[in-house]
Design a protein around this ligand. Sequence first.
Ligand code: CU
Length: 163
Amino acid sequence: MSKARNIGVVAVAIAILLLAVALVSGRLAHSAPAQLAVSDAVIRLGVVPGRPAAGYFTLSGGAQPDRLLGVASSVARVEMHETILANGRMRMTPMKTVDVPAGRRIAFAPGGKHLMIFGLPASVRPGDDVRLVLTFEKAGAVPVTAIARSATDAAKDDPHAGH
Ligand SMILES: [Cu+2]
């Protein structure tokens, strides 16, 4: 077999492999994971000590719809808020529950849904882990570890700074 032919065989094999990977990942992308998941949990510390911190994460709905009933911490008081634009002004409104439809992503992110964390100990520094417990109607209590970040890390895109 010539060298050129060998290279041709390898190229075809790689193409088939890539196609297989594309098919598998495409299928995964379209089917909801069976389990609800919480990812990318971050706590943005208060601008100055004593100011509330904010919490962000992503909810990925499982095969069944679920509902987030609340978030708790053993060291602080946590509320769920949503930033809404009303009459040209941004304002916060508390959320009692958050629906998590099957297979859908719900982002808690700056400028939208977020956690407001009151009374977080001043000893919590950037890089520290902070434990939260998210309680869902069906999934029950889901422990989540959030990473603390400094206020200045994300201050520029933060409508929350004056909250
Ligand atoms: Cu808020």
